[in-house]
Design a protein around this ligand. Sequence first.
Ligand code: 13P
Length: 249
Amino acid sequence: MIRPVIAGNWKMNKTVAEAVDFAVRLRTAYSTPPDREVIIAPPFTALQAVADTIRGSFILLAAQNLHEEEKGAYTGEISGKMLREAGCNCVIIGHSERRTLFTESDDRINRKLRAALTAGLRPIFCIGESLRQREEGETEAVIEHQLKEGLNNLTANDIESCVVAYEPVWAIGTGKTASPEQAEKVHRFIREWIVRRYGPKNGAELAILYGGSVTPKNIAELMAQPDINGALVGGASLDVDSFIQLVGC
Ligand code: 13P
């Protein structure tokens, strides 16, 4: 049985004070931990303060990006080792905003995945097709390509530490959610690909999250699908009451 995962990707939002306030309110909202994994991904500047706030609680901390090298002359970049030191458990890799706005290639994403695993961080590996690709019937080919290139050289052991997030680009921040059936079809395709490549155990145990305009209103019907194991939420994760509703879905 896969433990459901609810992850909030705050993107470039929240000051340190706002992030800590959110974390305090989230932590104190539960007298017993929820029956799912709860992950928040603040911007880099708030990671350490949030880590201090959630220490010893059920909340896990993710960064939104990392650099693939451990250290060196990479002005403005942050390594997996630094993220671990700041208290991160996970890191989002391959988000469509990184792929498009920051021109991250599949090869680069692969190197980042390997760097995250080496640093002891759990990657949340994002994949998804654009509207044009969907309309031209290329969804499965795009997903397969992103899986094949992104997971290149990763072993079954590595995959055990990974979470995959399917985020159709046309559904991100647009208010247009994939229907539960549309999302399930792609999730099933991803799981079957993992089974073919890594075997039934990896396939059965992989948490595959859906992302793209998830809200407290639509999360339950998405999560009711057999291959949807959780959600990676942007906009609706920024308000703590909304996020608590998502966790409680
Ligand atoms: P929205 O929930 O705002 O559509 O963002 C989804 C996302 O990109 C999460 O990583």
